[in-house]
Design a protein around this ligand. Sequence first.
Ligand code: GUN
Ligand code: FE
Length: 434
Amino acid sequence: LRGPLLSFLNDPGEGDSPEPGSVLHLDDGALWLDGGHIRAIGHYHELAPHLTEGIDVVDYSGKLMMPGFIDSHVHYVQLDIMASYGRQLLDWLNEYTFPEECRFAQRAHAENVAEAFLDEQLRVGTTTAQVFCTSHPVSVDTFFAAAHQRGLRMLAGKVLMDRNAPEDLTDTVLDGIRDSERLISDWHGKDRLGYTLTPRFAPTSTPEQLDATGAILRNAPDLHLQTHLSENSGEIAWVSELFPDCPDYLGVYERYGLVGPRSTFAHGIHLTQEMRSRLAAAGANIAFCPTSNLFLGSGLFDRLACREAGLNTSLASDVGGGTDLSGLATLKAAYQVGQLLGQPLTAWQGFYRLTLGNARALHLDAHIGSLREGGDADIVILDPQATPLLARRSARTRSLAEQLFALMILGDDRSVYATWANGECVHHRDTAPH
Ligand code: GUN
Ligand code: FE
């Protein structure tokens, strides 16, 4: 692939200019793909003489190649309830989410949604996600099978919930553990797939279920874990009623051994600095889900307070609470939330979070998140002139920072020109993928 390319080598920091050495930007770059990997990366004129005969060069001049975007927290099973009106978290779960999730007992429904979800992810340039399924094992088998068939790097898991939900959605401590273990043995580490233990959130699990989940994690520390934390004030009050012996919401997860370096906690809006420090000490990450936090009216996430505490943040769509699968749309909302807190997100920091930052938070940076020799060939090609408006704006931008910022605010699915995953073109905006 030939064209301009951008990849992060490190956290660019919060300043208007990136920290020295944190960004790799080549005006006329080249990525030599070999199978599912990047064999070489460099200036086109340096790599060209080494290309063996018969190698096709795909020319992306005028576009911008970046590592495929990563979504650290998303519910594939909520694709069809996006844009459900007028409720905040707990009512939204009861009125829209749980009834929809009941449908995933049926394999055909799960297959249909899994394929549509993956099509849409690739269309918006997201090549890896950490995905909630439902409590039905078939919803997980179906998702992993679809991702595997496409050769994608994906994390997913079965939702564990044994109380406070409709009967069709609740498991039991024993079944939840048995099903998770079966799914782990079938899917974890299969090519590019990994398993994420997924207790939904404290209110829908008994202490016994959380304890049993912690026991699996202790015996298999290479597994991921994700859940929700401190998203909504009604939720927080409910947790303190259900777990009166725990000091706070985070304390519930700590008590059962669920807070570790591979743990992702979605939201974490209403946290004290002391709780942020406890999460930081454990090496966990908070998934910042700006479109969801705005849509469900949950609150404004204080990204800089997390940075201050040394707590990792990842970036996520949280669809169906979120309103857009697109990483660009997520960045735009993150910028707007930041503005309301007096902490505007730079384009450097934003694109870092979507790529290498998320890869690091999920411990996947050995494979994805940057364009480098030996890395996975998961690439998004952005079009800075995708729309008439972007083309006009692009004619005015004087720097890469301005161009990236314009993409972050004015960009959408049309700005994703093509997506490559596992060394293959899996989406092309204007033609069939080749
Ligand atoms: N908390 C528990 N379940 C959910 C969910 O499905 N979405 C969101 N946003 N928060 C939750
Ligand atoms: Fe969520």
